[in-house]
Design a protein around this ligand. Structure first.
Ligand SMILES: Cc1cc2nc3c(=O)[nH]c(=O)nc-3n(C[C@H](O)[C@H](O)[C@H](O)COP(=O)(O)O)c2cc1C
Length: 159
């Protein structure tokens, strides 16, 4: 379970994290993202209902909603997902640098997300990124993370 302390994230730190997202690279530099930042507890609770796996959003200190254009076709959707991934990772790394933990959440109920976040009809909410100071321990690299081994993943020269 992702658990955060009650400590709010100072505005200048949130700005720093959002700035990292804004500066992310994207295909042909189209920058297909807007960030809606939610810090109000009641709004966070409501937002956590957009997907059954988004419960941690309710307990976060702040959540960044990644809002993006509804793609025209499959090709644009692929570019969009790649670029949103890059912006997400920039945000996660900037947060980690400040000792702030993070957790993604998908969004299933787009109508509810639009009602809560107020974005226009030609946009959708792609993902939520919940942020907060970790409750159980200070943020530090995990010695043995739940990942495929280095040798299984890395191929030198050819497969
Ligand atoms: C595209 C994407 C969607 C995700 N959606 C959710 C989600 O809805 N709820 C959640 O708790 N975690 C979500 N995650 C987090 C992943 O489950 C997590 O990064 C992965 O299990 C590795 O966990 P770890 O980084 O804590 O080791 C998502 C991650 C990605 C990349």
């Amino acid at each position: 379970m992702r658990a955060y302390t009650d400590e709010p994230i100072a505005r200048d730190r949130l700005d720093q994290i959002l700035e990292a997202g804004r500066r992310s690279p994207s295909s042909r530099n189209w920058q297909p993202w807007d960030f809606v930042v939610v810090t109000d507890r009641e709004q966070l609770r409501e937002l956590s209902s957009v997907w059954r796996g988004a419960g941690h959003v309710a307990r976060s200190a702040a959540t960044i909603a990644l809002v993006a254009p509804v793609p025209d076709d499959g090709k644009q959707r692929d570019r969009l997902q790649y670029d949103l991934g890059q912006a997400t990772m920039s945000i996660l790394l900037a947060a980690a640098d400040l000792g702030i933990g993070s957790g993604h959440a998908a969004v299933a109920d787009q109508r509810l997300a639009a009602k809560i976040l107020g974005f226009p009809a030609d946009k959708f909410c792609a993902y939520l990124i919940a942020l907060g100071y970790p409750a159980d321990r200070a943020l530090a690299p995990i010695r043995v993370p739940a990942r495929r081994s280095f040798d299984a993943v890395v191929h030198w020269g050819s497969w």
